[in-house]
Design a protein around this ligand. Sequence first.
Ligand code: ZN
Length: 248
Amino acid sequence: MRYLILSDIHANWEALESVLKAAEGRYDRIVCCGDIVGYGPDPARVTERMNTLHVQIVRGNHDKAVLGQTDLSFFNPLARQAVYWTREVLAPVHWEFLREIPPGPATLLDFILVHGSLMDEDEYLFNGKEAASSLQMAWAPLVFMGHTHIQGGFALNADKTVTDFRPVFLEGKLESELKLEPGMKYLINSGSVGQPRDRDSRAAYAILDGEEKIIRFCRAEYPIELTQAKMQAVQLPEYLIQRLSLGK
Ligand code: ZN
């Protein structure tokens, strides 16, 4: 089975469409590590699109925040402003879809899905030290996560040490391969579709080939200025608009 791995779409229609187009014909199923909405200008449209794609999703902290299931005092003021705006533009059908997204972890045939970590759906795993407990307790050799918006991940080696890695894209390439080795455990972040924060503004995603045991980290160009213009039109915070072109 080949999977398209998405995460942190954040209501960015142009980014999502570019990823789906770039990945067309290369996967059998889509999974998503959460944060369908929040930050971006198209929460209704993106929610509807995800619904028609029959994606297996675990919820993200922004999905919860929009639903009112999170204490918003933990959100920075700009993210909070985007949450309030998102609430205003969603219709009952979107609320219903978001409400039905289960919390992680979700155990699938070939891997586990989480938003933050295996212990806590809201935990950020930025380095190997933070990732170690999740790797040790993982009940499958492969876990996909989101939340940090940083493409890459962590591997638990046979000697119990943890290696962190980021994909390297050769000049002009939109793809970087990782071969999964037997006896290792992996926590993989496919990167953020709609708001990358790894200093690469291109939409991020990954494709898993379950038979070949290869993960392909991918990037897709998308018309960022179009998304930014939409954000401007509905007066979403300037910083959220600018960070899309900076990829951070
Ligand atoms: Zn996110």
